[in-house]
Design a protein around this ligand. Sequence first.
Ligand SMILES: Cc1cc2nc3c(=O)[nH]c(=O)nc-3n(C[C@H](O)[C@H](O)[C@H](O)COP(=O)(O)O)c2cc1C
Length: 355
Amino acid sequence: MYSTGSRLRITLFGRSHNECIGCIVEGLPKGMRIDFDNVQRMMDQRKPSDGIGTPRKEPDAVIFEEGVTDGCVSSDKVLIKIMNTNRKSSSYSGFNVTPRPGHADLPALMKYENFDVSGGAQFSGRMTAPLVAAGAIAIQFLMEKGIRIAAYTKRIYDVIDDSDHTFEEIESSRGFRTRAIGEQLDSKMADAILEASKDGDSVGGVVGCMVTGLQPGFGGIWFDALDVTLAKMMFSIPAVKGVEFGKGFGLAGMKGSESNDQYYIKDSKISALSNNMGGICGGMCDGMPLVFDVAFKPTPSISKKQRTVDLNEMKDATIEIGGRHDPCIVPRAVAVVEAMTALTVMDQYLSDQKY
Ligand SMILES: Cc1cc2nc3c(=O)[nH]c(=O)nc-3n(C[C@H](O)[C@H](O)[C@H](O)COP(=O)(O)O)c2cc1C
């Protein structure tokens, strides 16, 4: 079991090839009505699309096992369960001896006695399914407070969307299988995935996320700062290798006169001429939309021949990975980024003394 959060606590349990996976959510307000259709809609956004996602199909029906009565939160603890109905452990047995480069197999086999890598075990991307269900509830809570979250695919391999987007444009990505904004980018990004997949390879990319409706001052300080807690949650998502707020690494090449988001008054409210900081200064919102990017590496399990080691014989070996894998994680990860953002922001909302 793995836990995070302060006032909204999430405890994740299970493994990809156990009977089920799930999470316990503590801190939801009692009496809150849960929109089950919306929870399922968000689960569907995490499902693989034909051709560009894994052929492993799971219904991912969300079971509210405990803590919900007549559609409303009725206890301090809500237990969410999702069955693993489509398991093929045999495809993984070899990885206990010849670990997959880029996956958690090698370090996990070294760390845990009798570790079984089946399905990626607790390191699997499948573990994000209950987090999306919990995140959908957090999104509902935040929407009622006027806080909205949306993410999209900003990059897949060498196809890059470098435009600035409005919240509504980002939301429109929900209609596209790659979660790109617009038909043209969707088609180019899908092609990049299909090309890699045909070649037994995989590709990575970037998810962009925006949060609107946060008041200036929203957030924490030091270890509880909003960017700190968001970065921690984003790096908890398997395959994430980078998180960047606003212009991020690009700020290193700017002068202060270029990077500072200078203030002005717009419609009697404080606004800024730019949003290079991604809406966060000092760990708190500065009134601009919260904007950040999350970089995903290419899927580690590829069928192309690679070098590895035989742990029984302690000699060099090669590996060609079969089984059912996503040739690109990014399109499915967009919903995961939205969910993890919602869980972080709701936790801060409940923790913030001012609110
Ligand atoms: C939604 C999602 C789906 C994933 N699908 C796969 C997959 O099909 N095959 C694979 O090897 N890794 C997949 N991953 C990535 C691995 O889980 C991840 O690379 C591995 O656990 C090692 O962790 P790390 O990359 O964070 O170091 C997926 C991740 C996510 C978030």
